[in-house]
Design a protein around this ligand. Sequence first.
Ligand code: SF4
Length: 306
Amino acid sequence: MPAPGRAGGRRYVPVCTFRPGGPAPRWRSLRAVEPPAAADLRHPRAALAADCSRCRALCCTGPAFTRSADFPLSKPAGVPCPNLLPDSRCGVHDRLLEGGFRGCVGYDCFGAGQRLVATLAPGPTAFALLPVVRLLHELEWYLVEVLARPRAAAVHAAAEAALTTTRGLGARVGPKTDGAAAAALAAAVEAHRREVAPVLRAASAAARAAGGPGPDRSGADLAGADLRGADLRRAALRGAVLIGADLRRADLHGADLLGADTRGADLRGADLRDALFLTRTQLDAARGDRLTQLPTWADRPAHWPA
Ligand code: SF4
């Protein structure tokens, strides 16, 4: 019997034999405790939450829009969306879906917008840096999750180092950052993204190993697929195309959803507790209901029925 403490990746705690009216209590045995799933990530990732009240609608002006299923209109980069009000609020915020602005509902800057506005005046450099800082914040989102998962302990040192680099790259943005510096930073961030990718892959494999990894559908085209009630526990779904997939009541507990495209996916009644690398963007882009089971850090998207 192992001593109280950790052994074989498990934590052992003493179990007391005390029963009311029974013999004197004594510690009799040790019970294995499964490592907890990821801790509530809301607080450690608080700085990665978009706060439009502290932004100047960079995402409504900086990127170009192309008329598509996500936007009912086209506009060039650097030109404000025609729905943007002078005070940087959206004039159609309460009817984005009805108006066909699905891309706006599913967009999350991970807090990059307000960070840039606090540093730089809105303009070409801030617009160019929005996707760069957004990517840094997204990488931080994933790396913080890795560090919160005890089962990925073998990868924690690499994740710590990657997180330090991620934050260091973000610190290069300052009031004097110009177009040339922004371009150099964009290249450095892209190189860093490629270095982080294997860390996230290793963390995913470690986290999904307990209980046996689920099916590997990485990068699969599952658009419109009928996956009602599917057992996708601990599945690898990174980069999978789940556009319009029917995932009602599917069990995605512990599934790796990194980069999965969930636009229009039906998640009503699905189990997403403990899903790996899930983002608010993926939830906002999908459909769900009050029966959809979410991780503790996630708020139910406002457009899902109560
Ligand atoms: S529709 Fe609203 S949220 Fe979308 S880009 Fe235009 S102003 Fe911004």
